[in-house]
Write a protein that binds this ligand. Structure first.
Ligand code: DHB
Ligand code: FE
Length: 291
């Protein structure tokens, strides 16, 4: 059977992608940001996942304001890096896993979560920056990402957005779906976006280290409490774009300790990193392994 071995959490700041693509990773501003991902890149090589289930948000790139799915699963065989206005990032095409994605869609919809099935979509910095951070620079033509990726897009751009509680419950349904797939696969689930940031309005530039670190503590040790945070608290405390953090609860909900049962143990914290600033955003990154 397929099994979820670990969850990864990371911010997705587009300027990080630009710094990587333009060879600026060793510049004094960027060096401490990328240093926080040295562990993860090595860890990825050792873990050799067969599939990454990548929870992210589209920034009005694949989905315009005409149609906004709350939860959308990418079932295609491949996904092109999106043109966000400066041309697509020079990164490899993202290969999907249609068989597992279709199975997850079937199972999760039957568990009463309404997913939108997306058979064609381009993927923006929300998805490609986390991949670059965890896998390092890849040649766009000769290179390839280390494994297939199932993109799972969450609406955190246009209100109303889903609650943290619903995201946490959805993660539990995704775990049941993945673990009922009849093939031996090492699957990771990633939750991306965040941490505190606000890009517009009078509070633009807001960062809240205290909230972010308390959120990391809660996510690790008391995910139920993290899931109970109402969306207005994210907006007040972590800025209007801090709401991206609800996506981390999908990944956390998919960890085995949440399911309980005999032998359920809290996950092992393999890596924790926090840095301010990167562009307008506080960068947070966690790796949790199922015990
Ligand atoms: C920035 C952060 C984001 O999450 C995003 O989607 C766009 C920009 C920033 O910090 O600049
Ligand atoms: Fe964003």
């Amino acid at each position: 059977m397929a099994r979820i071995t670990a969850s990864v959490y990371t911010s997705h700041v587009p300027a990080i992608g630009a710094a990587l693509d333009l060879g600026k990773t060793q510049e004094p501003y960027w060096q401490p940001v990328f240093a926080g991902y040295d562990f993860g890149k090595q860890w990825m090589k050792e873990q050799k996942p067969d599939v990454v289930f990548l929870v992210y948000n589209d920034h009005a790139t694949a989905f315009s304001l005409d149609i906004i799915p709350t939860f959308a699963i990418g079932t295609a065989a491949s996904f092109q890096p999106a043109d966000e206005g400066w041309g697509p990032r020079p990164v490899p095409v993202v290969q999907g896993h249609p068989a597992l994605a279709s199975h997850i869609a079937q199972s999760v919809i039957q568990q009463d979560f309404d997913l939108t099935i997306v058979n064609r979509m381009d993927v923006d910095h929300g998805l490609t920056v986390p991949l670059s951070l965890m896998c390092g620079a890849q040649d766009p033509v000769q290179g390839a990402w280390p494994c297939p990726v199932i993109p799972f897009a969450v609406n955190v751009v246009q209100y109303p957005v889903p609650s943290g509680r619903r995201c946490f419950q959805l993660g539990q349904a995704i775990r049941r779906a993945i673990e009922s797939f009849d093939e031996d696969l090492n699957v990771q689930i990633w939750g991306t976006g965040g941490m505190s940031h606000q890009l517009q309005g009078p509070r633009a530039g807001l960062i809240n280290r205290e909230f972010d670190n308390a959120f990391l503590d809660k996510l690790i040790n008391d995910p139920e409490a993290a899931a109970a945070i109402p969306h207005i608290d994210y907006v007040r405390d972590a800025g209007s774009e801090g709401i991206e953090l609800v996506m981390w609860l999908i990944a956390r909900g998919a960890m085995s300790d949440v399911a309980g049962g005999p032998g359920a143990r809290p996950p092992r914290v393999a890596h924790r990193f926090y840095h301010v600033p990167a562009s307008n955003t506080a960068v947070g990154h966690l790796i949790l392994e199922n015990n």
